[in-house]
Design a protein around this ligand. Structure first.
Ligand SMILES: [Zn+2]
Length: 289
């Protein structure tokens, strides 16, 4: 017996096709594991189901009770891993939507850095950010954020997204939590984590989509880290902002060997991030000067 289609769909949506233990986005390479084995009386229920990647699923079976190595997963631990991950996905803070990778081609010039910037607005969370106008859009389907790739080098990415401050109520705990996720990936190395202080955002009231008439000071934290994905080292600059109960992040990522070509652009774009207000309590539309 196995899980019904209905339960399988519900679980796969709840985990966003990420493994509930290592939290990697694995798309098709996911399996539904019985937390309590059927032989031990476990049922084919949503509550007894945990989506796992092939690696983590293999760990469930390979533990040798006669020659114990490491610590095996307990039933309660699996439930907690799963429930925590489901909450993260539900809160919009998982990064699974941005996970797909493109192939590398680093033999291009950086002439696109000179292209003009264009503004992108996200109505769901009320933010906007700039991106080079020639870059390809690759938005996730959930409307939480927006993503752009350099057409000359699709591994170079700018992604911005919003989420509600459910799991980590303040900016600092959110950063800690995010870094905690990243640290579980092989090859992670933190380069710097600095409080980037009070940013002043200017809002141009002449713009058609301008919704704020005041200047906002929003505290942010900038973190730079390297991460290895499919044998390629990437350097990532990520900024975190919180405004009321809404959290915003903008992530700029490039293969480490060409990151310096993009660093100036990324700094500029991260500083230009705008929190528009309508969905970002306490600044509502029209609450300007
Ligand atoms: Zn896994």
């Amino acid at each position: 017996m196995s899980f019904s289609e209905e339960i399988a769909s519900k679980a796969l949506v709840a985990c966003a096709r990420c493994c509930c233990i290592c939290n990697k986005f694995v798309a098709l390479k996911i399996e539904l594991h019985h937390i309590v084995e059927r032989a031990a009386g476990g049922g084919d229920t949503f509550e007894n189901c945990i989506p796992l990647c092939f690696n983590c699923h293999a760990d469930m079976r390979s533990y040798d009770h006669k020659h114990p190595k490491g610590r095996k997963y307990t039933r309660d631990e699996l439930i907690q891993h799963r429930d925590r991950w489901y909450r993260i996905v539900a809160s919009g803070q998982s990064r699974s939507s941005f996970a797909p990778e493109a192939t590398i081609s680093i033999d291009n010039s950086n002439k696109r850095l000179d292209s003009t910037l264009e503004w992108e607005s996200n109505p769901r969370f009320g933010f906007s950010f700039a991106h080079p106008s020639t870059w390809d859009r690759d938005d996730p389907t959930n409307a939480d954020g927006n993503c752009f790739h350099d057409p000359l080098n699709p591994q170079v990415e700018i992604a911005a997204w919003g989420g509600y401050a459910v799991l980590s109520p303040d900016l600092y705990s959110w950063v800690e939590q995010t870094i905690g996720f990243i640290e579980r990936d092989l090859g992670f190395r933190l380069i710097t984590r600095i409080a980037s202080g009070g940013h002043i955002f200017d809002f141009d009231t002449n713009e058609a989509d301008s919704v704020c008439q005041t200047r906002q000071q929003v505290e942010g934290i900038r973190v730079v880290y390297t991460i290895e994905e499919k044998s390629v080292m990437f350097t990532v600059m990520q900024k975190f902002f919180q405004h009321g109960k809404t959290q915003f992040s903008i992530m700029c990522k490039a293969p480490s060997k060409i990151f310096d070509q993009y660093e100036g652009l990324f700094l500029d774009i991260a500083t230009k991030f705008r929190i528009l207000g309508p969905k970002s309590a306490p600044f509502a539309r029209g609450n300007g000067k």
